[in-house]
Design a protein around this ligand. Structure first.
Ligand SMILES: [Ca+2]
Ligand SMILES: [Ca+2]
Ligand SMILES: [Ca+2]
Length: 152
């Protein structure tokens, strides 16, 4: 390789190295500015699915996270409220929420309901955190999730 070409290549490599950290630094900052954080506070069993058993076994999927944790469920008696302090999911546009009732094999688990929460309209999560109450029902069970949506 001619000396001039090697020098040019060395200069270009130096420029790329200098530019890369600057562009990488911009990406996370702008992504965080566009995102919200969904923080569940509590879940209440307003009406059970398994009324005769007087107890449900419930798990909640919040975006890509699970409460109480993956492959486990929390028991609920009628009217019981449980605090949720372990899940906090960042999202943009809207977040998908699934409430499941856990049944032992060979019975499949019951998907009680799927709900979505959006960033908010005039009151955006980025300007001011806001509280939401999300109801889940399959016509038999009825659960109420309270949560806060705020900046990521
Ligand atoms: Ca069950
Ligand atoms: Ca069930
Ligand atoms: Ca019921």
């Amino acid at each position: 390789m001619p000396k001039a070409s090697r020098t040019l290549r060395a200069v270009l490599t130096t420029i790329l190295i200098v530019i890369a950290p600057a562009s990488l630094a911009i990406t996370p900052a702008s992504a965080a500015a566009d995102a919200c954080r969904f923080v569940p506070d509590s879940l209440t069993a307003v009406d059970l699915q398994e009324d005769a058993e007087e107890q449900d076994e419930v798990f909640l999927k919040v975006g890509g996270d699970w409460w109480p944790s993956y492959l486990t469920s929390a028991t609920f008696a009628l009217g019981q409220t449980r605090g949720i302090g372990t899940v906090s999911e960042e999202f943009t546009d809207r977040i998908r929420l699934e409430l499941w009732e856990d049944d032992t094999w060979p019975n499949g688990n019951d998907l009680i309901d799927v709900r979505y929460v959006s960033e908010g309209g005039a009151v955006s999560c980025r300007n001011q955190p806001f509280s939401v109450s999300v109801g889940f029902t399959d016509g038999d069970a009825h659960y109420l999730l309270r949560a806060v949506v705020g900046p990521a």
